[in-house]
Design a protein around this ligand. Structure first.
Ligand SMILES: O=C(CO)[C@H](O)[C@H](O)COP(=O)(O)O
Length: 233
C-alpha cells in the first residue's frame, strides 16, 4: 500500500469530519496519516474532541495538540476513522494487525459511524488470508489456545496454525490492555459470523479481530484519489 494511496484515503475521510464532532481515532500507519492531517486542521482552529484506540495514537494526537478525551467522559462518538487488514464485499473486516483490536472494537462499536481507510490491497472476496488476531488473557493462555484449536476443528477448519505474536525483542507482545495476541492462520474463513460467535464464547478470549456489521463505509485510497463503498451501496 503506497503512502500516496493511504494519504488520499485519509484526506477523503477528513472531508467527513464536521466541526464540534467527537471522533474516534484508529491505529496503524493509515490512521496515523489521518491523525497528522487532522492535527493540521486543529492547529488552524478546527474544533473537535477525540478518543484514541491505542496509547500510540493517543500520544501522537496529543503531540499534535488535538484535544483528547477518554471514552468514559466522551461516551458519544460521532465518527470513527480507522484502518483495516482486510475487508470483504459485505464490509466485514479483519483488524488487529497493530494489536489494538480491543480498544478499536470498543470505540468502533460505540460510534454513530465507523469509516475504514484503506486501499485495494486489503480488499478480499473472503476473509482469512490475513491471520486473524485474537486477544487473550495471560491467565491460562495455553488452555485458551487449546480451546481455540479445538473449536476450529469442530467448525471443520482443520490444521490451522495458531501462533503467539512476538514483539521486536522476540518475546510475547503485550497489548495496551496487558494481554497477548494469538494469530489464527486460517487462510480462508468460510463463515465469519459463526467463527466470531464461537470465539466470543471461549473463556480467556478477550476479543477477536473480526469486525462484523460494524463498518459503515470503506474508503479505498488510490494513487489518483479515493473511492468509497458504503453499506447502503
Ligand atoms: O487494525 C489495526 C491495528 O490494530 C490497523 O488498522 C490495521 O492493522 C491496518 O494498519 P495499516 O493502516 O498500517 O495497514
Amino acid at each position: 500500500m503506497s503512502d500516496v494511496a493511504k494519504r488520499n484515503a485519509a484526506l477523503a475521510a477528513l472531508n467527513l469530519v464536521e466541526e464540534g464532532m467527537t471522533l474516534g481515532l484508529g491505529t496503524g500507519s493509515t490512521a496515523a496519516i489521518f491523525v497528522d492531517e487532522l492535527g493540521k486542521k486543529v492547529k488552524a482552529g478546527f474544533d473537535v474532541i477525540c478518543v484514541a484506540t491505542s496509547e500510540a495514537t493517543d500520544t501522537q494526537a496529543r503531540e499534535l495538540g488535538i484535544p483528547m478525551a477518554d471514552l468514559d467522559t466522551a461516551p458519544v462518538i460521532h465518527l470513527t476513522i480507522d484502518g483495516a487488514d482486510e475487508f470483504d464485499p459485505e464490509l466485514r473486516l479483519i483488524k488487529g494487525g497493530g494489536a489494538a483490536l480491543l480498544r478499536e472494537k470498543i470505540i468502533a462499536d460505540s460510534s454513530d459511524m465507523m469509516v475504514v481507510i484503506t486501499d485495494a490491497t486489503k480488499q478480499v472476496k473472503e476473509l482469512g488470508a490475513f491471520p486473524l488476531p485474537v486477544e487473550v488473557n495471560l491467565f491460562g493462555m495455553a488452555l485458551t489456545k487449546a480451546r481455540i484449536e479445538e473449536t476450529l476443528e469442530i467448525l471443520g477448519m482443520n490444521g490451522i496454525q495458531v501462533t503467539i505474536r512476538l514483539n521486536a525483542g522476540g518475546v510475547p507482545l503485550l497489548t495496551d490492555g496487558g494481554h497477548h495476541i494469538l494469530d489464527l492462520h486460517c487462510k480462508v474463513i468460510p463463515d465469519p459470523d459463526m467463527l466470531g460467535a464461537v470465539l466470543d464464547q471461549i473463556p480467556g478470549v478477550v476479543e477477536h479481530g473480526l469486525f462484523l456489521d460494524i463498518a459503515d463505509a470503506v474508503i479505498i485510497g488510490t494513487e489518483m484519489g479515493a473511492e468509497t463503498i458504503s453499506r447502503e451501496d
